[in-house]
Design a protein around this ligand. Structure first.
Ligand SMILES: Cc1cc2nc3c(=O)[nH]c(=O)nc-3n(C[C@H](O)[C@H](O)[C@H](O)COP(=O)(O)OP(=O)(O)OC[C@H]3O[C@@H](n4cnc5c(N)ncnc54)[C@H](O)[C@@H]3O)c2cc1C
Length: 432
């Protein structure tokens, strides 16, 4: 069968099997050849792709919930959406959520995802107390910061390359309302949006949509959104049924002019400043989930997301250079996001570092990859790195320079037989 992930590039021929029990999974691991776990395929690139995959989505039981501690134990195929639907009405929400609720707990740990609160709460793994993982020989190992810490820190952010995560104990946060008190502010340029992030640095959530196609003194024009959980209001979850993009858009629809128009409209349709307005959970956290198959907008050829992070001291200068380069090339699309990240954690391959992260979608086209090679060099020059869960083309040297933990990670994989059993197109390309 053909398999792809969210970027719809590449499509590969694969044999896949689902598992619902650990015995079934152990039997799949016994067969010759390597494989990789596949959750809900919301990673953009090739980290969940291999000629053989195991689908975890049916391994999805809730095992226990301790309301004293807010500790949920569940299987790795449970989705964040399922957790929200069950626990929000009881006053509990995820400690960290990415911009989509349509991912599995296993995928959240393997990518060590971050959300709009990285500067206040860190990555998903910060809420993970422990997990069980199946190793190449079928052995099940319990891992936490105290028990098998080496495998714990390699697995959080390890892109499925250390084994199959089975169950996880994750801490939820107590909330009084499913609504968010949101502040929105239009920012004229990079200087203004950086100042704004500083102003809101103690606010739990912050993020900015950024126009990557403007140049001159307007570079960095953006709309910043900051939010806190509301204290009153209902705990109801009204996640909208998505409207769907029914077919692949023809390639000519997404071009420099349509993208410029979209960006102009987006900026000017936002209030220049509004404070503490109440918005729903899905409006604040998951606006893209309300459009099913939005990835079809990029056409049949697919797209990729380029997400970089730069250390704080280098962020302003580095982003200035990068944004100018993108505007000049005219390649960026309408989905560009700027986030403030807090300190980096102890995991071998987790992406965030203290500084600013920029994520930007690009339609796959012939001149794109040489252009991204140029951006890579700028990212490295400013001491940054690229996010593995969005990546489909990062060269090995860019990976190794960006992730100093790669050697320890590669050594662990070699030593434990993980390298023989768990591989993806990405792990082969990165030589890890
Ligand atoms: C609209 C949208 C918005 C997003 N916003 C954000 C964001 O704000 N922040 C962010 O960090 N990410 C974001 N992402 C990326 C997404 O959160 C991650 O790619 C996540 O890992 C996808 O989870 P999944 O279950 O779909 O896993 P997949 O895409 O299927 O797999 C991703 C990785 O996890 C591994 N994996 C999956 N299950 C297991 C398992 N049981 N055991 C071991 N390894 C496993 C796979 O092998 C692969 O390496 C976004 C994606 C989309 C589409």
């Amino acid at each position: 069968m053909k398999l792809t992930s969210w970027g719809r590039y590449p499509h590969i021929d694969t044999t896949g099997a689902s598992f619902e029990t650990t015995d079934q999974l152990a039997a799949l691991l016994k067969k010759n050849g390597d494989l990789i776990a596949y959750g809900m395929g919301r990673s953009y690139g090739d980290s969940a792709l291999n000629s053989r995959v195991v689908f975890s989505k049916r391994f999805n039981k809730i095992i226990d919930f301790n309301p004293e501690k807010g500790l949920l134990v569940c299987e790795s195929g449970v989705s964040l959406e399922e957790i929200i639907n069950i626990f929000m009405p009881r006053g509990w929400f995820l400690s960290t959520t990415p911009g989509t609720r349509l991912i599995t707990v296993g995928g959240a740990i393997a990518s060590d995802v971050h959300g709009k609160n990285h500067h206040t709460a860190g990555c998903f793994s910060e809420s993970v107390e422990s997990f069980e993982i199946m190793l190449p020989d079928g052995e099940i190992l319990q891992c936490s910061r105290e028990e098998n810490p080496g495998i714990f820190h390699a697995t959080c952010g390890g892109m499925g390359l250390t084994g199959i995560i089975l169950t996880a104990a994750i801490k939820l946060q107590k909330v009084r309302s499913s609504y968010i008190r949101e502040t929105v502010k239009r920012c004229q340029n990079l200087e203004e949006v950086f100042a704004c992030f500083e102003t809101y640095k103690t606010t739990t959530y912050s993020v900015a949509w950024i126009n990557c196609l403007v140049s001159g003194s307007d570079v960095g024009r953006s709309v910043l959104m900051a939010g806190e959980h509301a204290e009153t209001g209902s705990l109801e979850v009204k996640l909208k049924q998505p409207i769907s993009v029914p077919f692949d858009f023809p390639g000519f629809c997404l071009n420099r002019y349509s993208t410029k128009l979209f960006n102009w409209l987006y900026y000017h349709s936002r209030p220049s400043f509004v404070e503490n307005r109440l918005v729903s959970l899905d409006q604040f956290f998951y606006p893209l989930d309300s459009i099913g198959h939005w990835n079809r907008i990029y056409g049949k050829g697919g797209f990729t997301q380029y997400q970089l992070v730069l250390p704080k001291a280098a962020s302003y200068d580095g982003l200035n250079v990068i944004l100018k380069r993108i505007a000049k090339a005219g390649l960026g699309s309408f989905l560009a996001v700027l986030k403030l990240c807090g300190p980096q954690n102890d995991n071998d391959l987790s992406f965030p570092m203290e500084g600013y992260s920029l994520a930007l979608d690009f339609k796959i086209e012939r001149r794109l990859f040489p252009f991204l090679d140029e951006l890579d060099q700028i990212v490295l020059d400013y001491g940054g790195r690229l996010y593995l869960t969005k990546d489909v083309r990062m060269p090995k040297h860019v990976f190794q320079k960006g992730y100093p933990g790669w050697e320890a990670f590669a050594e662990l994989r070699e030593k434990t037989g993980m390298k023989k059993k768990f591989n993806s197109l990405q792990s082969r390309r990165l030589g890890v």
